[in-house]
Design a protein around this ligand. Structure first.
Ligand code: SF4
Length: 363
């Protein structure tokens, strides 16, 4: 990592690029343009707030991942959330209330966090919290959903509140998606995409990137289909074998490089779409962005964790502020002892260093 690497410069540039590309991608959509122009002013203000904190030695990430429920209506093969026990069929226990999430959203706005990813389990099961998110247009909420619970009420909510952006999970084509998520799920997702496109609602797709499906995911046939149905952003999420199984389908460095090059190609070919990858190009971000460097995770009962793929926490935001969470003993030691910048085999450095993270937690 370059010595003079400035994480806040990197995050602000990233936020500006997302807004610029989103404006370009939505130029025909007046409602979206009106919202994005306001949002772009908010992100500039948020960039300045974070820079002020940085001048006083406090790094504030631009992104937060919020798992707002431990429930889900699907049982997808290899679900990382179920493997981590962050999602189960048990009756939800000790979940944060919508008032507690509202307090988190308020704090996030005040310290300059611009993007809050709503995840789960299935976030659409918590309509109360999604309605609460509508009160914070200064923050953009990508909602990572399996897309099966979208209905007329949700379409109206999304239409009226453009800071909510549904990101529907796909595994690839119909066959692959249904083989992992269940029969008929693919058509349900495509049907919801079609309905949102007809209502000029901006939406995206998140696709799990594995060793075997790269060629399909970046094929013109697949991307063209999503483009034509009105999809405006695609997240390529790298598979992390959190259940310790299927390590053979984890992409290697060469495939990771191919994906990054393909993303550059797709950005040129489809300039009315956004293409993002997670965990992204750690070479340009100076290492892993978890543990508050660029983002962190709050689980459904308030535990502050470095990342959803690293479900460890030593502090709870039920009775601590977001700033306290960012300065937790675990987060600080992860940022200071070099694990985040460490070279590693698979896509997720914290998953690779699971044992060291547990030692730090119990140390
Ligand atoms: S929809 Fe998501 S949280 Fe639910 S089972 Fe599938 S992968 Fe897991």
């Amino acid at each position: 990592m370059k010595n003079d690497f400035d994480i806040q410069e990197y995050l602000s540039a990233g936020a500006d690029i997302i807004v610029k590309d989103a404006l370009h991608a939505s130029f025909k959509n007046s409602k979206e343009i009106r919202y994005l122009l306001k949002f772009s002013r908010h992100t500039k203000k948020a960039n300045d707030i974070r820079k002020k904190y940085a001048e006083n030695g406090q790094n504030i990430p631009a992104f937060l991942i919020a798992s707002i429920t431990s429930s889900c209506n699907l049982h997808c093969t290899g679900c990382y959330s179920r493997a981590n026990k962050a999602c189960s069929d048990d009756i939800p226990f000790n979940q944060l209330s919508s008032e507690e999430w509202e307090d988190i959203f308020r704090q996030a706005k005040e310290i300059g966090i611009s993007f809050i990813v709503l995840a789960g389990g299935e976030p659409m099961l918590r309509e109360d919290i999604i309605e609460t998110a509508c009160k914070y247009p200064e923050i953009l909420f990508p909602i990572f959903t399996n897309g099966t619970l979208l209905n007329e009420d949700y379409f109206n909510l999304l239409d009226e509140n453009r800071n909510l952006v549904p990101i529907l999970s796909l595994e690839g084509n119909e066959e692959i998606t249904n083989s992992r998520r269940g029969r008929g799920i693919y058509n349900k997702i495509i049907n919801s995409m079609d309905l949102m496109n007809n209502k000029d609602i901006i939406f995206g797709a998140s696709i799990t990137f594995t060793k075997g499906n790269l060629a399909l995911l970046v094929s013109d046939e697949f991307i063209e289909k999503l483009h034509d149905i009105g999809c405006k952003v695609i997240f390529f999420i790298e598979y992390v074998p959190v259940d310790g199984k299927n390590k053979d389908i984890v992409p290697n460095d060469e495939e990771r490089e191919i994906l990054l090059n393909e993303i550059e190609r797709l950005r040129k070919e489809y300039d009315d779409m956004l293409f993002l990858s997670f965990p992204g190009d750690e070479k340009t971000s100076g290492g892993c962005l978890a543990a508050g460097r660029g983002f962190f995770h709050i689980n459904s009962h308030g535990g502050a964790e470095p990342c959803p793929a690293s479900p460890y926490s030593d502090i709870n935001v039920k009775d601590n502020s977001l700033i306290d969470a960012l300065n937790s003993k675990l987060f600080k030691s992860l940022r200071e002892n070099g694990i985040l910048m460490d070279d590693h085999e698979g896509g997720c450095v914290l998953f690779e260093h699971k044992d060291e993270v547990e030692q730090l937690l119990n140390g």
